[in-house]
Design a protein around this ligand. Structure first.
Ligand code: FAD
Length: 289
């Protein structure tokens, strides 16, 4: 049976799920929490409420409604998104499982702000990468760095390990949240810059020490919308996922909705785009099955 996977259980993801499940397709939502609405104390500009509603109440009501219609919800951190081995569908990697789907809707919320690290933006595409599975191969036999200290950073570092001569993990002044294997070199000092003229040459630490590396993989916190989109090969425009009117990305079968596509960062827009993305995903799986 055809399957649609929706990443994110905010208004965009849940709205997509409602339309997908009502389109008769097995629908699963993977998320690691409510998202932006958890921080919204009062919502007064969304249709249908006589009194203000808290973001949490709105989110929980949305999820209950979707469950009633048969949507499956999985609580997990997504760390990878790409095509399956036969290139016939998608594979979504969480910290402890792998899911397969015929179509995926990315609804993982607003793009994260990048750390303001001198050299990071300037050297993007010239040694600074956001996707180990895409770019690890370029660092075979070279030393490479991963920035971050959680599950996502560990996943990126694990992907690099078989290729790179050495993998350095930089937690940027924070204690590591997971155990990194002894084969990786852990640096817990604060980072002050990414060094390099034409390409990345090293990571500069507070105190001035430079650790020479040929590549830097950014993996702070959890994988954000932009990180997941890049892993799947989707095009970004100014940090938002580029979509057409059907909420389709440039990758067939991959749709995006809500804050991750930019524009008005509001519930009404997320719900609308989720609905369109859910319908488009159903159309896509019907055509391809
Ligand atoms: C303080 C505050 C107040 C606001 N007030 C209003 C208001 O009054 N009116 C209004 O219309 N809008 C308001 N908003 C904006 C509104 O909350 C967002 O526009 C809306 O929630 C966007 O929906 P979304 O589904 O795109 O993303 P989100 O609601 O952010 O949902 C993102 C989902 O993706 C999941 N996710 C992300 N990364 C991963 C990962 N790696 N693995 C697994 N899951 C992941 C999250 O857990 C979450 O479920 C407010 C926002 C904030 C922060």
């Amino acid at each position: 049976m055809a399957k649609i996977l929706i990443l994110g259980s905010g208004p965009a993801g849940v709205s997509a799920a409602l339309y997908a499940v009502r389109g008769g397709v097995e629908t699963t939502v993977i998320s690691q929490g409510i998202g932006a609405l958890a921080k919204a104390e009062h919502i007064e500009n969304y249709y249908g409420f006589a009194d203000a509603v808290s973001g949490r109440e709105l989110a929980e009501a949305g999820i209950s409604g979707a469950k009633r219609l048969g949507v499956q919800f999985v609580a997990a951190e997504v760390i990878g998104l790409g095509m399956n081995e036969n290139l016939t569908g998608f594979q979504v990697q969480t910290t402890d499982s792998r899911f397969e789907a015929d179509s995926v809707v990315l609804a993982t919320g607003a793009a994260r702000r990048q750390p303001k690290l001198p050299g990071l933006k300037e050297l993007e595409g010239r040694g600074v990468s956001y996707c180990a599975v895409c770019d690890a191969f370029f660092y075979r036999g070279k030393e490479a760095a991963v920035l971050g200290g959680g599950e996502y950073a560990l996943h990126e570092a694990d992907t690099l390990l078989p290729h790179a001569a050495k993998v350095h993990v930089f937690t940027d002044g924070s204690a590591p949240e997971v155990d990194f294997p002894a084969a990786m070199t852990l640096h817990t000092e604060k980072i002050t810059a990414i060094q390099g003229e034409k390409r990345v040459q090293g990571v500069e630490l507070a105190g001035g020490k430079i650790v020479p590396v040929a590549g830097v993989f950014v993996a702070y916190g959890t994988a954000g919308s932009g990180d997941l989109a890049r892993k799947a090969g989707a095009i970004l425009q100014e940090n938002s996922i580029a979509v057409d009117r059907a909420m389709a990305t440039n990758i067939p079968g991959l749709f995006a909705a809500g804050d991750c596509t930019g524009g008005l960062l509001q519930v009404a827009k997320a719900v609308y785009e989720g609905a369109v993305a859910g319908l488009s995903a159903v159309k896509y799986v019907r055509r391809s099955h």
